[in-house]
Design a protein around this ligand. Structure first.
Ligand code: PSU
Ligand code: MN
Length: 309
């Protein structure tokens, strides 16, 4: 972060690191950061609590240590215990983007962290691999609304490798890819030539570069990370869990109309759209969401392990 005197310290740059995570970092083992907004604001309770466990288990199963991130009573945490995960999944937490971290600390609030906030805290803790579902990006209609996720700005200034299933299909995907190019964020397709569309395997856009092995990912990351920007490693939802295309397009169109009609803006847009798709698809979109996040956590663990070799 530029123009800040080195003597200035804050919990935002010195988060509380769980003992197991601190030990893994000290030993040079692979660690994967996980965000909490997808749990608290992207999925309903009590489903989200099981997802929290299954993501952490997926990371462990592939030889890395998970570190779920949140702010509790004004304290940023990297790595949560079971009771803290209960708290995150119980509801009522703020949705914290990067700009909200200082506000939450200063006012003693509790909140789940978005991609933008999570990568800031993960980087502060010394973690460079992160897994999520779908990145935030440029919203449809952003030419009027100026609604562009802070996730993009965070990737522009943070050296972190984000494993995701592309950007959320509720967004203007082509424009989001343009912004990632402008911000010097490389985009790699993992065993795909098509940039994934979150619930769908193909967003209709090509990936700038395809990779087929974790060793290739690690080689690119080792060379890129000194630049200071992040990297997107995009993996499509498993084929068996992909949401039906016609159903997806119908629910998305309905959701966009509902958001416009109700005047929903700002940070409430994404949860409202995901909620509409989840409730309208009879569980199919949730199944897709769970499958893709779990697969991303697994791939992130493999990358973190490779980087720790
Ligand atoms: N991935 C998911 N579900 C989610 C998100 C990602 O599978 O809910 C969250 C992430 O936390 C991401 C946020 O940072 O959506 C983007 O919100 P916004 O568009 O308001 O920036
Ligand atoms: Mn927004």
């Amino acid at each position: 972060m530029p123009y800040v005197p080195r003597s200035v310290r804050s919990p935002v740059t010195s988060p509380e690191i769980a003992p197991e995570v601190a030990a893994a970092l000290a030993a040079g083992r692979g660690v994967v950061a996980l965000e909490s907004t997808l749990l608290a604001h992207g999925l309903p309770a009590p489903l989200n609590r099981g997802v929290a466990d299954s993501l952490e288990a997926a990371v462990r199963a592939h030889g890395a240590i998970p570190a779920t991130v949140a702010v509790l009573e004004g304290k940023p945490h990297v790595g949560l215990d079971a009771a803290q995960l209960d708290r995150v999944c119980a509801g009522g937490l703020d949705k914290l983007s990067a700009r909200d971290l200082g506000v939450a600390v200063g006012l003693g609030r509790s909140g789940a962290t978005t991609v933008a906030a999570t990568v800031a805290l993960a980087a502060a803790a010394g973690i460079e691999v992160f897994a999520t579902g779908g990145l935030g990006g440029v919203h449809r209609g952003a030419r009027e609304s100026w609604d562009v996720s802070a996730d993009l700005a965070a990737l522009a200034r943070t050296a972190v490798l984000v494993v995701c299933s592309g950007v959320k299909s509720i967004l203007d995907v082509a424009t989001t890819l343009e912004v990632l190019e402008t911000e010097s964020v490389p985009v790699l397709g993992y065993r795909t030539d098509a940039f994934p569309g979150f619930y769908r395997r193909d967003s209709g856009n090509p990936v700038p570069r395809r990779v087929d092995s974790v060793a290739q990912v690690a080689a690119v990351w080792r060379a890129h990370r000194v630049i200071g920007s992040g990297l997107v490693l995009a993996q499509p939802v498993p084929a068996a869990d992909e949401l039906d295309g016609a159903l997806h397009d119908r629910l998305l169109a309905e959701g966009l109309a509902m958001v416009a009609e109700r005047g929903i803006t700002g940070k409430d847009v994404t949860p409202a759209l995901l909620g509409h798709i989840h409730s309208g698809s009879g569980g199919a979109s949730q199944a897709a969401n769970l499958a893709l996040v779990r697969a991303n956590a697994e791939l992130a663990a493999k990358v973190a392990r490779q980087l720790a070799l």
